[in-house]
Ligand binder design. Sequence first.
Ligand SMILES: [Zn+2]
Length: 293
Amino acid sequence: MSKKPKAPTLRQFQDRFPTEDACLEHLMRTRFGDRHDCGGCGKSAHYYRVKARRSYACEYCGHQVYPTAGTPFERTRTPLRDWFYVMFMFCASRNGVAAKEVERQLGVTYKTAWRMCHEIREYMGEVDGDEPVGGFTKQVEVDETFIGGKIRGSDRRFQNKTIVVGMLERGGDIVTRIVPNRRSGALLPVIKHSVKLHSIVHTDEHKSYGGLAMYGYYHETVNHSGGEYVSAKGSTVNGIEGFWSQLKRGINGTHIHVSGKHLPKYLAEFEFRRNMRHSPHLMIDHLMVSFSR
Ligand SMILES: [Zn+2]
């Protein structure tokens, strides 16, 4: 039996990116290859490093390219090595990375650390993508949860909380979306957008899911209030509930407060890690080679 692939160690990662120049070189080659058609003279050109700048120049006309342009590292004085290291932290952790920890380990200001973390979360979301899940004969669990805010007595339970709906394909990926409320008018369009038609959709008995069959799904429900966690037909939403607990553990354990405004970035981060869970050895690589041109 082959061993489960492992994520690279910090040592391996640091050996791969030992200097600032090595990081810039990586970005350049990942985004532009060894040669590319020059934006200045149009020739297929090799670009050489311009000393004292974060740029490369065309061997024929001197036209310059900045490999950081359009990446999270653009317009920052923070060394690329620090950025790469924090990306490594994000891939290596289970529960997320606190800005305080980045501040401590890199010796940067809290403000810088906080900004880096948010840029990386956002980028993880981009890399993770937005593809719909499910499809004919595929099983998709759909469920909502409340994140953040304070519980202030039973009648105002949900005040300041943000509602997130998650759609998880069994054996596949998860997609999450923030919704304004739990009514069918808010939930069904989101499901229609992110779950392919003819999927077998599993939900709890929340009434708003009632219209799913009309939308072209096979709908199975599990009755939580009746103490039933697996229905007679084998319907459960246990998979997505596992994701919610992981997400909440991560957010509550690592962050003091996550506002509704920033929540999408945390969701992106947890989705990325979860969707890469079977290939931890590729997680950081996937982040390191996905910078678009
Ligand atoms: Zn040129």
